[in-house]
Design a protein around this ligand. Structure first.
Ligand code: FES
Ligand code: FES
Length: 156
């Protein structure tokens, strides 16, 4: 039976109805129409569905929507501010770290969680921080280079 829940997403409060088995991924995409969060494997293996959950990068396909009440969720729609792209978004564009783009929202949010925790992350830290996010297109090199450029302060 559906239950009304209240979710804090990108600084706004959303009231919505969810079944006990609905994942946070399904509610973000289906109920809230925040379709930047991508659906891939639905088994916690690809990272396409990554969101920030109280600042930590998590797979939203592995979290029930009901469990997300009372937590701060940031999706890709909440990464940029009103006037400009986030430095990581600028860097991904400049360094060609995007091809089909399916992995990109999750990759960006995992990179943000990493740099919030480790602002001086080196290449090894970056590769480790992004190991839960699979990309079928880029070969990862440009993605790592983009994050390194943000660490160097190339983008504001
Ligand atoms: S869709 Fe969640 S990890 Fe792949
Ligand atoms: S850019 Fe296509 S999966 Fe990463």
């Amino acid at each position: 039976m559906k239950k009304t829940i209240s979710l804090d997403v990108n600084g706004a409060t959303y009231e919505t109805a969810a079944e006990p088995q609905d994942t946070l991924l399904d509610v973000l995409r289906g109920n809230l129409r925040l379709t930047g969060t991508k659906k891939g494997c639905e088994t916690g293996n690809c990272g396409a569905c990554t969101v920030l959950f109280d600042g930590n990068a998590v797979d939203s396909c592995l979290i029930l929507a009901l469990e997300a009440e009372g937590h701060k969720i940031i999706t890709i729609e909440g990464l940029a501010d009103a006037s400009k792209l986030h430095p990581l978004q600028q860097a991904f564009i400049k360094y060609g770290a995007i091809q089909c783009g399916y992995c990109t929202p999750g990759m960006l949010l995992s990179a943000k969680a990493l740099l919030d925790r480790l602002p001086r992350a080196n290449e090894e830290d970056i590769r480790k921080g992004l190991e839960g996010n699979l990309c079928r297109c880029t070969g990862y090199k440009q993605i790592v280079e983009a994050v390194e450029a943000v660490v160097r302060g190339e983008f504001k």
